[in-house]
Design a protein around this ligand. Structure first.
Ligand code: ATP
Ligand code: MG
Length: 245
């Protein structure tokens, strides 16, 4: 999808991706209002990294699963693949417990972290890794701890941990060592991409992305020349963006 009005942010992520072999691990958190284009920017990074030969690993938070321990890790493990049998036994068992395939139910979080880190490092030895965590405001706490643990330790490996969260998110990943990229409305020649309005009382982070879509809200206020609103029923994206989407 062609990104509209996000040249600087797209270029910054492209440069991080292109330089990751030299810089070693980095962690970037994209912040912004609902509908402002965080996932769209992540998709841009995925396209760029895929073309550069990266292994792409994805996970995302969901309101309904934010209280399910390691729900995010399950997605990560499924997306990453790898060979847990090659891990040292305590790590293998801890990972199995976290994924619900082991015998005990409360795994040692440090061992789960080490196991995940080793699987990611093993993948990164073959090709750089882009680990994309979207909607992290709804990721479960153990998975967030794990991502923070990994972010601090992938200093030498070519791993870019790229997260996105709604504005107001103050979680484990918003530490000082992160690069934070706050998205303002994207203003272009014919269209202004602005946040989706919502009542902050309904949920601290607003409606889920699917709820935003089902309400048919557009992230684009789209005032064309002379400040006139584009009428209902007409596309709110510039033609080039509509074609690309
Ligand atoms: N810069 C852009 N150029 C073209 N389309 C865009 C751009 N930004 C966002 N969009 C489109 O607007 C819609 C909302 O964007 P997106 O889902 O990325 O927002 P978001 O910030 O991730 O929202 P949420 O907080 O609900 O997850 C999507 O259909 C997306 O493709
Ligand atoms: Mg999104």
């Amino acid at each position: 999808m062609a990104l509209f009005g996000r040249g600087p942010q797209g270029d910054m992520l492209d440069a991080l991706i292109d330089g990751i072999r030299g810089t070693g691990g980095r962690t970037v958190l994209v912040l912004g209002a609902p509908g402002i284009g965080k996932s769209a920017l992540l998709a841009h990074a995925v396209t760029h990294a895929s073309a550069a030969g990266f292994t792409i690993v994805r996970l995302f938070g969901e309101p309904a699963r934010s209280d399910v321990p390691y729900a995010g890790l399950q997605q990560l493990a499924h997306s990453l693949g790898g060979n847990p049998d090659a891990l040292a036994e305590p790590q293998r068992s801890a990972l199995a417990m976290a994924l619900g395939t082991g015998e005990a139910t409360v795994p040692d979080v440090f061992l789960v972290g080490l196991a995940t880190l080793n699987l990611v490092a093993e993948a990164a030895a073959r090709a750089p890794v882009l680990l994309v965590a979207d909607d992290i405001q709804w990721l479960d706490d153990p998975t967030l701890s794990l991502l923070a643990f990994m972010g601090r330790r992938v200093q030498k490996e070519p791993v870019l941990l790229l997260g996105a969260a709604r504005e107001g998110y103050r979680g484990r990943l918003s530490a000082d060592e992160l690069t934070t990229l706050t998205l303002p409305p994207a203003v272009g020649r014919r269209c202004r991409i602005a946040p989706v309005r919502h009542s902050p009382r309904s949920s601290p982070f607003g409606p889920s992305p699917s709820a935003v879509r089902s309400r048919g809200q557009s992230p684009c206020t789209d005032r064309v020349a002379h400040g006139r609103d584009v009428g209902p029923g007409r596309s709110r994206w510039p033609a080039a963006v509509d074609r690309a989407a």
